[in-house]
Design a protein around this ligand. Structure first.
Ligand SMILES: [Zn+2]
Ligand SMILES: [Zn+2]
Length: 146
């Protein structure tokens, strides 16, 4: 009865809600996140929103106090997806301090322990136990959906 089998699976469009549109950033994938972005672009948007939030929170490099060349830095690496957009795992660092700390991981741990007592231990617990991130919720929380 091979003839009764559909030749193809459902088209992508048929799986999407009425009125689905392309991602407003890449314009090539369907906008499945908040009706605005594809999931890959939504990750970039979440990165930008949380980076902006952390920069406003800290106001300057938390290591040296400069307000120049500021970057969004993770305490535990962003490959720990559960903590990638968690502001507790992020600080503002100037690029020279960020770069130096990344190249000296043992010194980075010492520095974090001294600067933020108890934080490293807390993050080590959370990295496998915190809820998996919800991109829509993160984007809404850190700056609305606009
Ligand atoms: Zn996209
Ligand atoms: Zn600095």
């Amino acid at each position: 009865m091979a003839a009764l089998r559909p030749r193809r699976g459902p088209r992508a469009r048929d799986l999407l809600p009425e009125g689905a549109t392309y991602c407003r950033r890449c314009r090539s994938s369907w906008a499945t996140i908040l009706g605005r972005w594809c999931s890959a672009c939504a990750e970039r948007v979440a990165d930008e929103r949380v980076a902006r939030y952390v920069r406003r929170r800290d106001g300057a490099c938390v290591a040296c106090g400069t307000t120049r060349q500021l970057t969004w830095a993770h305490i535990l690496p962003r490959r720990y997806r559960r903590l990638r957009w968690d502001p507790r795992n992020a600080v503002t660092l100037c690029w020279p301090d960020h770069d130096w700390l990344d190249r000296h991981p043992a010194r980075k741990r010492e520095w974090v322990r001294e600067r933020f007592p108890g934080l490293l231990e807390r993050l080590e617990e959370l990295k496998d136990r915190a809820p998996l991130p919800d991109l829509e919720e993160i984007i809404r929380t850190y700056g609305g959906a606009g």
